[in-house]
Design a protein around this ligand. Structure first.
Ligand code: HAM
Length: 446
């Protein structure tokens, strides 16, 4: 018998939880570029960053997003948080499935409305929904979002704000290089219009709902508006024959929507009115929108969504504070950019190049390791990006690593340390030169 019999079995490995992912260093530069561009664009429009907690009281989403929505009824990660002291109460907490409710809570809590100013707030952060994972749909995903909110006197209700937000999104997507975006636009009316429309929808659904899928039968009962954006193939004929919200808009909502469209026309931002775009969150009033793309996302083609929520602050116990905002699915934005880059590379035959470090320092023997680290420290302080090898590596191995990582390699032997004259090889040209330490940084930058 070998003693392998007595060895403990290898422990099972632990994987990232279903629907969550790691973003490794070869992916994060694109994420950072996207976020930096978004921040730069937002600041040109007067937005400031807000960071709210990733968990909130469950009640916030139940009241804000709506008990009957898929998000609240099926998808939230909720737990009962035990009291740890007599002074604390146990409470239900939820990982945020979206950030608008949290931002409006913060607006109320910090009395931001009392400044009388329009608040323009943006956020970048993870959101959590227990959905069925697939390409472009995760249980932890990232949103880049923004909200414009303020007291009525600040002009927060103006259709100019809707158009400004939409124009900003069009500019951001253009600046990021998203090529085939399509803006779908609708108005779901104000609370009164919605109430009238709901009655009409219920009436129209009553005789036909039994022929629909179980999900739509349930929605017909609990939240008939949601039937309109059902993707269920077999139900489309019935859905297409249902009443249209556009026919139930009161004069005020209709005029508001006309003004949003007129401002978009003036800016040259193209849009398509989609009367079935009702969105999956209950707080929306009047303008709703989505930007879709055709590259890279398959069925999850909504790159971002948003709309107006003039009653949300009051639903959360706050003052009247009309608002409008959006959230971009950052994961989906990245998938789209990657798919575009792959398509371009396939068309041009040129593979996309990865960013490289400026230089790899290869110490020739372990005695040179301290000098290599010192040289790396100095060059990094001069603003260069540097990787250091190890003196135990054979020279071939150092070249193998360096070639993949950096544009140049410095071979650091005892002589170089003593004379301060360094040997630099440039991979793209194969050229090797001797350089004085004092001009080294300029040579490496060139
Ligand atoms: P939403 O439509 O639920 O709206 O989400 C916005 C975007 O987040 C979607 O268009 C999609 O790109 C992305 N997204 C949603 N769920 C997932 C998921 N499971 N995996 C990956 N990406 C996802 C909201 O969240 C609203 N708070 C937007 C808003 C802000 N409305 C007004 N202000």
């Amino acid at each position: 018998m070998t003693d392998s019999k007595n060895k403990p079995a290898p422990r099972p490995t632990i994987k990232a939880v279903r629907g969550t992912r790691d973003l490794l260093p070869d992916q994060t530069p694109l994420w950072n570029r996207v976020e930096a561009t978004a921040r730069a664009v937002f600041s040109r429009y007067g937005f400031g960053e807000i960071r709210t907690p990733v968990f909130e009281a469950t009640e916030l989403f139940a009241r804000g997003v709506g008990e009957e929505t898929d998000i609240v009824s099926k998808e939230m990660f909720t737990w009962e948080d035990r009291a740890r002291a007599a002074s604390e109460k146990a409470q239900n907490l939820t990982l945020r499935p979206e950030s608008t409710a949290g931002v409006v809570r913060a607006y109320i809590e910090h009395k931001l409305g009392e400044t009388g100013q329009l608040q323009k707030l943006y956020y970048i952060g993870p959101q959590f929904r227990r959905e069925r994972p697939q390409r472009g749909r995760y249980r932890q995903f990232w949103q880049i979002g923004a909200e414009v909110i303020g007291p009525q006197t600040s002009g927060a209700e103006s259709p100019l704000r809707d158009a400004e937000v939409l124009e900003m999104l069009a500019s951001l997507l253009d600046e990021l290089g998203i090529r085939d975006w399509k803006l779908e636009l609708n108005s779901v009316g104000n609370a009164e219009d919605r109430a009238r429309f709901n009655v009409a929808l219920r009436e129209a659904l009553a005789p036909v709902k039994d022929r629909m899928c179980p999900d739509n039968q349930r929605r017909a009962e609990t939240n008939p508006l949601r039937v309109l954006d059902s993707k269920e193939e077999a139900d489309q004929e019935i859905i297409n024959a249902l009443p249209k919200i556009a026919d139930y808009l009161g004069d005020e909502s209709r005029e508001h929507f006309e003004q949003v469209k007129a401002a978009l026309d003036a800016c040259g931002v193209p849009y398509h009115v989609n009367p079935r775009l009702v969105r999956g969150l209950d707080y929306y009033t009047r303008t709703t929108f989505e930007f879709t793309v055709t590259t890279g996302l398959g069925t999850q083609n909504a790159l971002l969504g948003g709309g107006r929520y003039d009653g949300l602050s009051e639903m959360l116990g706050g003052p009247k504070a009309p608002g409008i905002g959006f959230a971009i699915g950052e994961d989906r934005l990245i998938l789209t950019l990657q798919a575009q880059a792959e398509a371009d590379a396939a068309a041009s035959g040129i593979a996309p190049t990865e960013p490289k470090l400026d230089v790899y320092i290869a110490p020739l023997g372990i005695a040179q390791n301290p000098a290599a680290l010192k040289l790396a420290r100095e060059l990094r302080r001069e603003g260069l990006s540097v990787e250091v090898g190890d003196g135990s590596f054979k020279i071939g191995k150092s070249f193998g690593f360096a070639d993949k990582l950096a544009r140049h390699i410095i071979l650091l032997g005892e002589d170089e340390v003593v004379t301060n004259v360094l040997t630099v090889k440039t991979f793209s040209t194969g050229e090797q030169v001797k350089v004085n330490r004092d001009v080294l940084a300029d040579t490496l930058r060139g």
